[in-house]
Design a protein around this ligand. Sequence first.
Ligand code: CTP
Ligand code: MG
Length: 395
Amino acid sequence: MQNECWGIILAAGQGRRMAEATGGEAKQFLRWKGVPLWWHSAMAMAASPAVHGLVFVFPPDRKAEAEAELFKLDKSNNLGVRIAVAEGGYRRQDSVRHGLEALPAGCARVLVHDSARPFLSTALTTRLAAALDDNPGLCGVIPGLPVTDTIKEVDGDGIVAGTPPRALLRAVQTPQAFPVEELRMAHARAEEEGWDVTDDASLMEYCELPVLVIEGEAGNIKITNPQDLAMLTENKPLLPCCGYGYDVHAYGGNRPLMLGGVEIGGDFLVSAHSDGDVLLHALMDAILGCLTAGDIGHLFPDNDPKFEGISSVVLLDHVMHLAAEAGLRLCHVDMTVIAQKPKLAPHAEAIRRNVARLLDLPLEHVAFKATTEEKLGFTGELKGLKAVALVTALR
Ligand code: CTP
Ligand code: MG
C-alpha cells in the first residue's frame, strides 16, 4: 500500500542516567503493569487509525530476546498493525537511521517515538499524523508544551549567557511526525556534516525545513532520572471482598477438641485427619474465599500422610502466607461455632484473642460467637459440631 504511516519505537538506549536506580537495566525494558515500557508505546500508537505499522529498534545484543517477547506479546494482545525490527546504533540518531532503513517501500510518513515515553496517548498519535497530512508544506509536526520555568542559557562555567523569552519556548516531546523522504535526507546530511542532535526535529531545523509544534501532553513525560521511577508504581485501588467458610467435624474420634487454636479439652473428642480444629478450618476456607484460591481440602488433602495430626495453626500459617503474597489485607473476622456441647462461653475470649494473634488483627476486629441448635439436627444429637467464618478484606 502507498502512503502508509509507520511508527519507529526507539528502544535501543542504555539509560545511563537511570542505571544505578535500575540495577543497570535499560529503562525501556523496565516492566510496568507486567509488560516492558516499550510495549506501552506500541499499544498506544498501534491503536491509532493513522498507524499502519511499527518498527521496533532494540539494542543489537538484546535484539533476539526482545524480538521474541515482542512476537509473544503481539500474539496474546494483537497490535493489529505490521511489525518490523531493527538494531539500534551508538547514538539516538543512529538508531533512528536504522529504523528508517527498516520501513517498507510504501511508507510515506513516519512517527519517531522514544519508548522512554510510555504514557503518550493514541489521540496524540492521531493528531500528529493528521496535522502532517493537513499541512503539505510542512516537513515535520511535533508535540510541545509551553515551559513554566524561566530558561537560562549558560556558558561552560555556568555563567548566564542569555534568557530566551519564555513565551516563545516549547518543551518538545515525541512522537515526532515527518515525511519519510525528507527525514531520510536530513539524516543523510547529518552524517555528512557531523551533526549531533537529541531529536529529529533538530535535523529538519538544521536543513531549514519547516516543523510545526502542536500541543503536546503534560502526561507524556520521558522516564529519564531515578525519581521518574515513581511514575511507574501502580496505584491500583484495593477492592473490598468477603470470604465465607463452613466446616463440620464428627464427635467420637480420638482428637482432643481444639477451637481457634485453643485446646478446649473435655469429653468430646473429634474425628479428623488433622487436629480437627473446625473453627480454624472454616476460617481458612473464608480466607481462601477472599483469595479465590480453592479450599483447604484442595490445599491440604486429607489422604496425605504429611497432614496426619497436623496442627491447624500450621496450616493457617501457610494460608496467611498465600494471603500476604496476594497482597490481601484482612479487615475483620466474624466466627460462630454451632455445638450443643461442650459449653463454649468460658472459652470465647481465649479463642478470640488467639485468632486475633494468629491473623495479626486488632481484637476489636475479631468476633466469636457460640450457639446451639436447640437439640435439633446432628449438633443437637451430639454427633458433632460445626463452624462458620466470614472474613472481610481488601484486595
Ligand atoms: N535510544 C536509542 N538508541 C540510542 C540512544 C537512545 O534507541 N543509541 C532511545 C532510548 O531507548 C530512549 C530514547 O531513545 O527511548 C530517548 O533517549 P534517552 O532518553 O536519552 O535514553 P537513553 O539514551 O537510553 O538514556 P541516557 O541518555 O540516560 O543514557
Ligand atoms: Mg540518551
